[in-house]
Design a binder for this molecule. Structure first.
Ligand code: ARG
Ligand code: ZN
Length: 849
């Protein structure tokens, strides 16, 4: 089957393809098990290429016929593609292949989901549809004819004709094959309209399965807001007559930006107050924006090769974060992003899977759709913007769109527009793209004669393949507070470029308290031995909302560490500080809810490991429980009022204001449940009139080891709704007691509704197991074994989702020798599975190290 030695692809080996494509004509004759794909492709020699090998990618295709300029040929076909002798002049390539979408469980290429045909081509799925140079630097216009006995037949671009059982689409914008899409099925449109700033009328449609019509309105509004925002902020206008979005139940990722025909995991687009939480609404709004923004950052300007993935993903994540900040609350969004980066990207960057924002080699590109490429990639752009300033950023982006429209670009092209507009030398900045690992910035403070001196030292630990690290350019936003809490120095961005550098602030009347790394100005780990008194002071006075929140977080982490390591009691600086924050009605409820959060148990494990301790997941869990209990007791008197915040007047809206109130109310309910055994949560469950409140109440009950009846009632109420059932499955695993987690997860995998071939359902149970820190890391290894069993089972069916979930094991070397041995045994068991996919093979071998 697979060859024994997997091939590694290197960035340094890039060469252009020997041919250019002038046009692509595709005809699909749809059939569940024997779809015919006929292609007519106009090639001509590429004057910029030296290698004229004519190789077309193609996998799992049955070749029926091939011809060059009308003459039939017999190409050399392998399991990777074909080669043929072609003229040294423009020629027409034709081929006809047969594919089996009905048996495509990998959800890559053309596949079926609930009787509907759909595609996922990024990164390398088009080669499972027809023979083609399936690489992003080969761009062409596409004309697509779909023949099929289904009411809705969609492809990219504008509709150019249709009749009984057929439709034709023309996409006038040259694009790489990864942006190709086709959808055919019995779908219902939720229509909308948008007029662009230059007056182009665009027909918008959100296509869903019958029954899901009631979950479209929010997504449609989010799309219109995104279109408007991209015009206003980036001057980017939409460029086709139609924009279609399709919701699909079986989908490996969140969504896909295919030109004019975005395809979404239904969980990333369908929403209603009864079935979706506030967090779901926020995520959906962001993903719709993200995919829409790709029309310019990804589609009009695409990537030369897959090593440049962050060119489109980092930038588009950055843009969607700007959008969310504008639509909602900027500080809340920034805090969410920092929480997310620390939870998902830091473990990746500080473990065996660490790789640069622009990787330099891969075996399977699907394994590099990571938090590093996406989220750290976005942080890198945020730093660049902070360094050059908003006006220069805007100018550089204008130049980027003007200079590179219609091209397949590199990070060098991207940085060059900044160098050309600002005159800045970005050579050192570029290390953010090539050096992996999270930089650590150690803070030393000195005070003498009215001068406060800040000495910052940076270092990055070795990562796989990168032993020695060079200093990076780190923008460190700093402000200083005087003894009465007034800001004596406004925020200033210090540019840390050396391994060690000092910055002096003179003329101060008294020793200030420093607020460092304001707004989380760089994706680094700040090592600052501040006293708890200083942290409490910042929690009370910092004018930077991010750092004010961070001060509370640091207090929480400090007390948890001492509880774990020294069996200390919960710290009063933390508890009193929290009480003051919660009492302050001038603070945004969403912000107060965030203040109630704690570092995740996995983050605490990392922090312990960093300080030379072996984390004990059960001890971490116990400390968090104790601190929660103490918090509940401390703020007890405030809880009824805070909880009532959640019951907002008027109709439900998922906006920032209402969802902030519900977040605070929900946090209060969770604390209350620790005092009343879930009595108030049971009441709240009965009264809940939206999914946010219903799910919060249910989770409080499950955490209190109650809620049997409500769990059954929830099932009865929602068993017809796939997305809500994912929540029902996931919550039981997330809320399970540590000792019970593996068994509960195992039982759920036997439930009649556990359709493990559906990635959302699989993740709801098996993914939630890996997220329940103390449950997953049970000392007997039951969590590890259960995850491995399921990964082995899923791999032949869906390698992409399997490989992605292997990352649950990435932190294994933090833990004690017994747990390490148990994990190693499971990883080896996976690695030794016969015919393991390339995707999973690469992940497991990297994790094993
Ligand atoms: N480009 C998509 C997005 O981030 C992600 C698609 C990735 N899919 C995959 N199979 N690797 O918007
Ligand atoms: Zn994207």
């Amino acid at each position: 089957m697979r060859d024994a030695a997997p091939t590694t692809i290197y960035l340094k080996d890039y060469t252009p393809f020997g041919y250019l494509v002038d046009s692509v004509h595709l005809t699909f004759d749809l059939d569940a098990h024997a779809t015919r794909v006929t292609s007519r492709i106009a090639f001509r020699p590429n004057p910029d290429a030296t290698d004229r090998t004519f190789f077309l990618h193609g996998e799992e295709l049955k070749l029926i016929r091939a011809a060059i300029d009308g003459a039939e040929i017999t190409p050399d076909v392998t399991d990777k593609g074909l080669t043929a002798d072609v003229p040294d002049a423009p020629f027409l390539w034709e081929s006809e292949v047969e594919i089996d979408p009905g048996n495509n469980t990998a959800l890559e290429g053309l596949y079926m989901s609930n009787g509907m045909y759909c595609t996922q081509c990024e990164a390398e799925g088009f080669r499972k549809i027809t023979f083609y140079p399936d690489r992003p630097d080969v761009m062409s216009t596409f004309t697509v004819r779909i023949n099929g006995d289904l009411p809705v037949l969609l492809s990219n671009g504008n509709p150019s004709g249709k009749g009984e059982g057929w439709a034709e689409w023309v996409d006038p914008w040259p694009k790489p094959a990864y942006l190709f899409a086709l959808v055919a099925g019995d779908l219902i449109a939720h229509p909308g309209q948008f007029t662009t700033k230059s007056g182009r009328n665009v027909d918008l449609n959100l296509w869903v399965r019958p029954g899901d019509e009631g979950k479209c309105a929010f997504g449609m509004e989010a799309l219109k807001k995104s279109m408007k925002w991209d015009e206003g902020v980036y001057g980017r206008e939409y460029d086709l007559d139609v924009f279609n979005i399709v919701a699909v139940d079986d989908f490996n990722m969140g969504a896909m930006e295919n030109k004019g025909l975005n395809i979404f995991n239904s969980s990333a687009v369908l929403a209603s107050p009864e079935t979706s939480t506030d967090a779901n609404f926020e995520r959906i709004e962001a993903i719709i924006a993200h995919e829409y923004f790709h029309n310019w950052t990804g589609n009009r300007i695409t990537c030369r090769d897959w090593f440049q993935l962050c060119l489109k993903e980092g930038l588009t994540v950055f843009r969607d974060a700007q959008f969310t900040s504008d639509m909602r609350s900027a500080p809340v969004k920034r805090i969410h992003d920092a929480i997310d980066l620390r939870a998902r990207q830091f473990p990746e960057d500080n473990g065996p899977l660490s790789h640069p924002v622009r990787p330099e080699s891969f075996q399977e590109i699907n394994n590099f759709y990571t938090a590093t490429v996406y989220e750290k990639g976005a942080e890198v752009i945020g730093m660049l913007k902070r360094l050059v300033g908003d006006a220069a950023y805007a100018k550089a982006l204008d130049l980027y769109f003007e200079r590179h429209d219609g091209q397949a670009c590199t990070i060098e092209d991207w940085l060059k527009v900044f160098e050309d507009t600002t005159g800045r030398d970005l050579t050192q900045f570029k290390r953010w793209y090539s050096q992996s690992g999270t930089p650590r910035v150690r803070v030393q403070e000195d005070w003498a004669d009215g001068t406060y001196t800040l000495t910052l030292k940076q270092r990055t630990d070795p990562t796989p393949g990168q032993e020695a690290k060079l200093p990076q350019v780190i923008p460190v936003a700093v402000g200083l507070l005087g003894p009465n809490g007034d800001e004596v120095r406004a925020t200033e961005v210090l540019e840390l470029t050396q391994a060690e550098q000092s910055f002096a602030f003179t003329g101060l009347a008294a020793k200030p308290t420093a607020s460092i790394l304001r707004d989380f100005s760089a994706p680094v780990i700040l090592e600052h031995d501040q006293s708890n008194a200083e942290r409490a002071f910042l929690l009370a006075h910092d004018t930077d909302p991010f750092n004010r929140w961070q001060a509370g977080r640091d207090l929480a982490q400090d007390t948890l560490m001492r509880m774990i390591l020294q069996d200390a009691a919960p710290d009063t600086d933390y508890l009193d500080g929290l009480l003051t924050v919660l009492r302050n009605d001038e603070l945004d409820p969403a912000y107060r809810a965030l203040m109630l959060g704690l570092p995740t148990q996995s983050e605490l494990a990392a922090a312990l490991h960093d300080r030379g301790h072996t984390p004990d997941p059960m001890a971490i869990w116990a400390a968090v429980e104790t601190l929660r209990q103490a918090t509940a007791q401390t703020v007890q008197d405030l809880l009824p009022r805070l909880h009532s915040e959640a019951l907002v007047d008027g109709p439900y809206s998922p906006d920032a204001e209402q969802s902030g109130k519900r977040a605070l109310g929900s946090a209060a309910l969770a604390l209350t449940s620790r005092l009343d055994g879930g009595a108030m949560a049971a009441e709240a469950y009965d009264k809940a009139n939206n999914m946010t409140l219903q799910l919060t109440a249910l989770s409080c009950l499950l955490r209190a080891r109650k809620g049997e009846a409500q769990l059954d009632a929830f099932y009865e109420q929602w068993q017809h709704d796939r997305l809500v059932m994912d929540k029902w499955f996931g919550l039981q695993v997330a809320m399970a007691a540590p000792e019970a987690t593996p068994a509960i997860a195992a039982t759920l995998t036997e439930h009649a509704d556990f359709n493990w071939k559906n990635p959302n359902r699989f993740r709801a149970v098996v993914g939630a197991l890996a997220m329940n820190h103390a449950g997953f890391h049970q000392p007997d290894g039951a969590g590890y074994a259960l995850l491995a069993d399921w990964l082995i089972r899923l791999d032949p069916v869906n390698p992409q989702t399997t490989a992605r979930m292997c990352s649950a094991f990435q932190t294994w070397k933090r833990y004690d020798p017994d747990r390490q041995a148990l994990t190693r045994a499971q990883l080896s068991r996976i690695a030794e599975t016969p015919n393991l996919s390339r995707d999973t093979t690469e992940m497991v071998s990297r994790i094993l190290g």
